[in-house]
Design a protein. Sequence first.
Length: 80
Amino acid sequence: MAFFLLFGTIGLPELLIILIILLLLFGAAKLPQLGGALGKTVKSFKKEMKEDKPTSKCPKCESEVEEDEDFCPKCGEKLK
Ligand SMILES: [Zn+2]
């Protein structure tokens, strides 16, 4: 599960404690909302990480590709 990979250094007991604290703070009814908000936060965070990556241009189709990409995702041109 992606959630566990994200918090790889936190063990299951810690996760349970966090969950219990969240339950106490927000109440069980609001948890799905909270999950959605958390998902959005993670998503935008990942997006920012992606935007920080150096990009270069594909020599064939001129679309922006990530620097560590071996092939252009659009036209399949070899970049390295
Ligand atoms: Zn290309």
